[in-house]
Ligand binder design. Structure first.
Ligand code: AMP
Ligand code: ZN
Ligand code: FE
Ligand code: FE
Length: 286
């Protein structure tokens, strides 16, 4: 059984439609796929409708969260949420707020670039964003590529979009403990996404992961393209200590990232445990 539990579509910052995502998963020989767009469940239905016989879909999302460092700085945390009720009230309200903030923040980043003389049109950037999905920096990366300023999404992050760069605008993401609780209330399970992907910016320490484990976190994503072998080994040790499940996933973004779908996978026994612990929306079998 081949299982990939972290993928994106055009409803956030991937480049495949949900239908194309399912086709890519089938071509890669995956048996179980999770759709986990940032802060939206808008791609679920199309993915369900496209499901071929024999493939199982886990309906999920990747929630934009924040933790606070000892010095009081915000630390961005991504939380994978699976098998939850997408109509749970607190969750619906928070995701709507976040999607609005994502658009506004991208507009402000584009305006800063334009004010600096870069050939970026904030109105055109806004028009390129998914109407009922989530806007993200990769959308701005596409605009930078089209303007001829960079030749790849990762170059756009290095030169213009990184959290330490001059155009970066912060977002008020959901406190991660609150997000874990909201998903638990909605019958879902939570897995900390790429917890130690240092290249993206500051990451949470073992103490925060321990607190989240005590607060109901189900697992951590260990096998992720942004984790080197030593990091994976340390995370596996931590998970064993804290009684957390460990997953592996590609974090596929279509043409916005080089990692192919199915490049990293989750152990079938771990997958079964995730499903057993959820009471919200069951897996869909095609
Ligand atoms: P945002 O959600 O707007 O903060 O943008 C974060 C998204 O950009 C995440 O989905 C990442 O997958 C992607 N991302 C972050 N850093 C990089 C990078 N260095 N190169 C390419 N994509 C990145
Ligand atoms: Zn993304
Ligand atoms: Fe992420
Ligand atoms: Fe992701």
């Amino acid at each position: 059984m081949r299982i990939d539990l972290h993928t994106h579509t055009v409803l956030s910052d991937g480049t495949d439609t949900p239908r194309e995502l399912i086709q890519a998963a089938a071509a890669a020989g995956l048996d179980v796929l999770a759709i986990t767009d940032h802060d939206t469940t808008a791609g679920w239905q199309e993915a369900v409708d496209a499901l071929p016989s024999g493939m199982t879909l886990i309906r999920g999302a990747e929630l934009s969260c924040v933790s606070t460092s000892e010095q009081g700085w915000p630390i961005s945390v991504h939380l994978l949420a699976y098998l939850f009720d997408p109509d749970a009230q607190a969750l619906v309200a928070e995701q709507r707020r976040l999607r609005a903030e994502r658009r506004e923040r991208l507009r402000r980043m584009a305006e800063r670039m334009a004010a600096d003389g870069l050939p970026i049109d904030p109105e055109a950037v806004l028009a390129s964003l998914p109407a009922d999905g989530s806007a993200g920096r990769p959308h701005l990366a596409r605009a930078l590529i089209e303007a001829g300023l960079v030749s790849s999404v990762s170059e756009a992050f290095d030169k213009y979009l990184g959290s330490r760069g001059r155009y970066y605008v912060r977002r008020a993401d959901t406190p991660v403990r609150r997000a874990v609780a909201m998903i638990a209330e909605a019958g879902g399970v939570t897995v900390l996404a790429h917890p130690w992907a240092y290249s993206r910016g500051p990451t949470v320490g073992e103490d925060v992961i321990a607190e989240l484990a005590a607060a109901g976190l189900t697992g951590i994503e260990v096998d992720h393209p942004d984790h080197d072998p030593a990091t994976r080994q340390r995370l596996r040790g931590l998970a064993a200590e804290l009684g957390l499940l460990t997953t592996g996933s590609s974090d596929y973004h279509g043409a916005n990232k080089p990692t192919p779908i199915g490049a990293e996978t989750t152990d079938p026994e771990v997958y079964e445990q995730l499903v057993a612990r959820a009471t919200g929306r069951p897996p869909v079998r095609g």
